[in-house]
Design a protein around this ligand. Structure first.
Ligand code: NDP
Length: 331
């Protein structure tokens, strides 16, 4: 078959049950786009887990090649910005949701979705960061734009042993913050989190249950990957004029909070979206990652799997059982 490539394909039966298979497709099967990329590495994010298990309606086009992130080399371009041989990263923009995605050795996308791979990173390192890490960076930048600095007090990270959480802990610690890491795996992952730079570890249950509208002021800043009561309690425990950057829903999509932290302590809730973020924000985040993320710390939070293990890891991530980041080597 001309231009054949390997892919993971999810299809849906009439009873809405999902089937996941490894298939060989041809370039003609790809959707519209003006840049073709040889995908060298991908990753497993929480959202990829939701797509592959069908636990949430992430996929909105059938059949679908899942995978929201890739890094690789341009092999054909009809876009003036990109040439054959350019190294690129793609995060989000609906790939793996509405546009055929990253778990394939070839992808065709719009040139304006791509970010140039910073010289500092290999494709493997870029995927060790992935959407999870680039989102953590955007959250750090949002806190900084709010005017917060390590001198204002500690920074909370929830879901700390997960992907967003691990990169957030590493970045905040490197930038000089006193990091309070909240995890449901304190006994197994305490040493791991301290290794990333966490100064304090707290049990997930401290923030995960019913709280009060206002609680003792504990941190000036926070990056929350879990939502639900955890986010409500994180806000209720934020210092005067502090802020929490919210990016995830691993606990819940709900936000059972009151307005008290906002109107009595001037606390802010900063929303973080990586999927449709404009190019300038993406480039800023990748430039900052190149400057502020320690390579050895990144390696310490990352493991590499092959194409054949994607489904297994996708199931584990929605169960909250993946530590740090996972790279998928497409070779
Ligand atoms: P991971 O599964 O790697 O991390 C999530 C972590 O949340 C887990 O490791 C666990 O950490 C914690 N957790 C899991 N279940 C629960 C629970 N029931 N209650 C409390 N904590 C829980 O996922 P990612 O890091 O890839 O993604 C994290 C979240 O961020 C997801 O909801 C994802 O959809 C969202 N996200 C959003 C983006 C955006 O653009 N806004 C971009 C990227 C991700 P621990 O064991 O340490 O407690």
């Amino acid at each position: 078959m001309a231009d054949a490539f390997r892919a993971i394909l999810i299809s849906r039966g009439e009873d809405k049950s999902q089937r996941v298979e490894r298939v060989t497709l041809s370039a003609e099967d790809l959707m519209d786009g003006d840049v073709d990329v040889a995908v060298e590495a991908s990753t497993v994010n929480y959202k990829d887990g939701l797509a592959i298990t069908g636990k949430a309606p992430v996929v909105r086009r059938w059949p679908m090649i899942p995978g929201v992130d890739f890094a690789g080399t341009v092999i054909a371009s009809r876009n003036s910005k990109w040439r054959e041989g350019d190294k690129v990263i793609l995060n989000g923009w609906g790939t793996g949701e509405t546009h055929l995605g990253a778990y394939a050795t070839r992808a065709r996308v719009k040139g304006e979705w791509l970010v140039r791979l910073p010289d500092a990173f290999t494709p493997h390192e870029a995927m060790a960061i992935g959407t999870a890490g680039y989102t953590a960076m955007m959250a750090v930048i949002a806190l900084e734009r709010h005017g917060l600095t390590p001198a204002d007090g500690p920074a909370l990270v929830t879901g700390a042993a997960g992907g967003v959480g691990s990169v957030a802990v590493a970045l905040l610690a490197r930038l000089g913050w006193h990091v309070v890491a909240s995890t449901g795996r304190a006994s197994e992952e305490g040493d791991y989190l301290r290794g990333l730079g966490a100064a304090e570890i707290i049990e997930r249950s401290e923030l995960g249950g019913e709280g009060k509208p206002l609680m003792k002021e504990r941190w000036a800043a926070g990056i929350d990957a879990v939502g639900g009561r955890t986010l409500a309690n994180a806000l209720a425990s934020t210092r005067y004029h502090g802020a929490i950057a919210a990016c995830g829903l691993a606990q819940s999509m709900d936000l059972p909070a009151t307005v008290a932290p906002f109107i009595l302590r001037g606390v802010s809730l900063l929303g973080i979206d990586s999927v449709m973020a404009p190019l300038a924000r993406r480039e800023e985040a990748w430039t900052r990652l190149a400057a502020d993320l320690d390579r050895d710390t990144l390696a310490a939070m990352t493991r590499t799997i092959g194409f054949s293990q994607v489904e297994e890891v996708a199931r584990a991530i929605v169960e909250g059982q993946v530590r740090g980041r996972v790279v998928v080597d497409m070779a």
